[in-house]
Ligand binder design. Structure first.
Ligand code: FMN
Length: 192
């Protein structure tokens, strides 16, 4: 069986992170199973030139957010895990409480009950106590909280470089090691 990754995209600024992740896996051995929330679609249209069709074409399978009967709604559909990229604080809260209302929430709940890998690319700033408590609760259950925070040690030249670096670090979590951007090699530019 080929490897499968569930990709949820929710309504935060930075939908490009999810798009780039799908682009990175497009044509690889990894199947991507994509769900976009209503607000993911809205923010994507606002921030990028990508249409929903463009994004869906990058995935192996796509599901409607209101289709709770989709394959990824059941633990018997075996996957290597799930990433919510980007992840809104609303979806973070729904996952932390186990009472969400769309397929991304249900699929994440299934991942948790099956003890599979869940990575949440939570995008909000600043953070209130509710956000922090939800993140801590899930982290203690083994969920990886991976906010899309840029690094500068690799001298990004563009926003694209920053996006690629963050996507590379997300994929590292699933043991998918693509060199989308320079990695830290321990050598300071000064030569020290
Ligand atoms: C342009 C735009 C940008 C937004 N950015 C964020 C954000 O960065 N983080 C966040 O948690 N919510 C953000 N929101 C609000 C969410 O879209 C909203 O809470 C929504 O209900 C999330 O639902 P979902 O998790 O099902 O996608 C944004 C909304 C819009 C319209």
């Amino acid at each position: 069986m080929s490897s499968r990754l569930i990709v949820g995209m929710t309504g935060t600024t930075g939908g490009i992170f999810g798009v780039r992740l799908l682009e990175a896996l497009h044509g690889s051995d990894f199947e991507t199973h994509l769900v976009m929330s209503k607000w993911a679609v809205r923010t994507l249209m606002h921030e990028t030139e990508y249409s929903v069709d463009d994004v869906q074409r990058l995935a192996t399978c796509t599901y409607r957010a209101d289709d709770q009967g989709a394959a990824i709604s059941s633990g018997s559909f075996v996957t290597n895990g799930m990433v919510v990229c980007p992840c809104s604080v609303r979806t973070l809260a729904a996952i932390a409480q186990g009472n969400g209302d769309h397929l991304i929430h249900r699929a994440a709940d299934v991942i948790l009950k099956e003890r599979r890998k869940l990575v949440l690319v939570v995008r909000e700033a600043p953070l209130n106590d509710i956000h922090l408590e939800n993140m801590l609760k899930l982290s203690r259950m083994g969920v990886v909280i991976l906010p899309p925070v840029p690094a500068f040690y690799n001298h990004p030249k563009s926003v694209d470089d920053i996006v690629n670096h963050i996507v590379m670090r997300i994929l590292d979590q699933f043991d998918i090691h693509l060199d989308l951007m320079n990695r830290w090699d321990g050598v300071l530019k000064s030569g020290n």
